[in-house]
Design a protein around this ligand. Sequence first.
Ligand code: 5GP
Length: 179
Amino acid sequence: MMKEIRILDKNFREMITEREIMKRVEELAAEMNRELKGKDVVFLGILNGAFLFAADIFRKLEIPARISFVKLASYEGTKSSGSIKELIGWNEDISNKTVVVIEDIVDTGHTLDRIMAELTMRKAAEIRIATAFYKPDAYKGKVKLDYVGFEIPNEFVVGYGLDYDGFGRNLPSIYTLIS
Ligand code: 5GP
């Protein structure tokens, strides 16, 4: 049976269930537990969208690990036209550490490029990327994704931290836009 919901003026249909997400989160955390053992690791959640995924992954870790969150803020450049995204909220020294970036969704990959540049500037020893969802057909980046929850079609989705106009983040499963 297809579950459908309405958020504001749009209709969405369930695409990935809460159960499927939780199972995949456990698999990814198990991989991290194996691969990151013995490393000096800092997890870096990207707000707002990744807060649920980051919490669910983090809870399943059995290695010593810290977590910190940063947020991408867009502001209008005074000289250039168009908006520039700035990462704000840094309070962790990541130099010489293994940083595991926790993203909600990788679409074109622009956000990821911006994050990679910042982490390189801050001299992370090693960078790994985890994302709950990934749209391979939209991706234009070159950065390799180390931990991917689900590959999804190039459609607009909400739930599990992802919003439509601020709403829908609390939905425990993933819904795709139908009309
Ligand atoms: P990118 O920079 O890779 O194109 O986009 C990444 C960001 O765009 C994500 O962190 C997310 O905030 C937003 N985004 C991309 N695709 C979707 C989507 O299908 N649904 C929602 N709610 N946000 C998305």
